[in-house]
Ligand binder design. Structure first.
Ligand code: ZN
Length: 133
């Protein structure tokens, strides 16, 4: 997707993107209460603890909800509409905004099992996307 604006990692999210570039999906898990944090942030929303570890995730989940975009909201998307924008609920319980690949948009369904795949989107960014299983 040449020209599409990509995520800009910050101090908190850089490790997430580094793991994606290595083909690993990881999330912060609170070192105090064990709640997952996503997007990455400096403190736990539940207990306020700054402690965390980057935990490997299964990459498996389901489509929690989705929308089909019929309008190109950015010029780089003109050739890609209609496309599906999904929220995936991972087995570990956290949710990610992403896209479904290799699936016609009219076959995307809530509850559809999916597995993460990684799509290199530039020198610095590899995006976690999902395909049905
Ligand atoms: Zn916590």
């Amino acid at each position: 997707m040449p020209g599409l604006p990509l995520p800009v990692p910050d101090e908190d999210s850089q490790p997430f993107w580094d793991y994606c570039a290595q083909g690993e999906l990881r999330a912060q898990r609170c070192g105090s209460c064990g709640v997952f944090r996503h997007p990455p942030r400096p403190r736990c929303r539940e207990c306020g603890s700054p402690d965390f570890e980057w935990v490997p995730l299964s990459g498996r989940g389901i489509v929690y909800t989705y929308a089909i975009s019929h309008q190109a909201v950015h010029p780089a998307l003109v050739d890609l509409v209609p496309h599906g924008v999904v929220i995936v609920e991972l087995e570990e319980g956290l949710r990610l905004n992403s896209n479904i690949v290799d699936c016609p948009v009219d076959e995307i369904a809530i509850g559809m099992p999916v597995q993460v795949v990684f799509e290199k989107a530039g020198d610095e960014i590899t995006l976690p996307k999902f395909r049905r299983v």
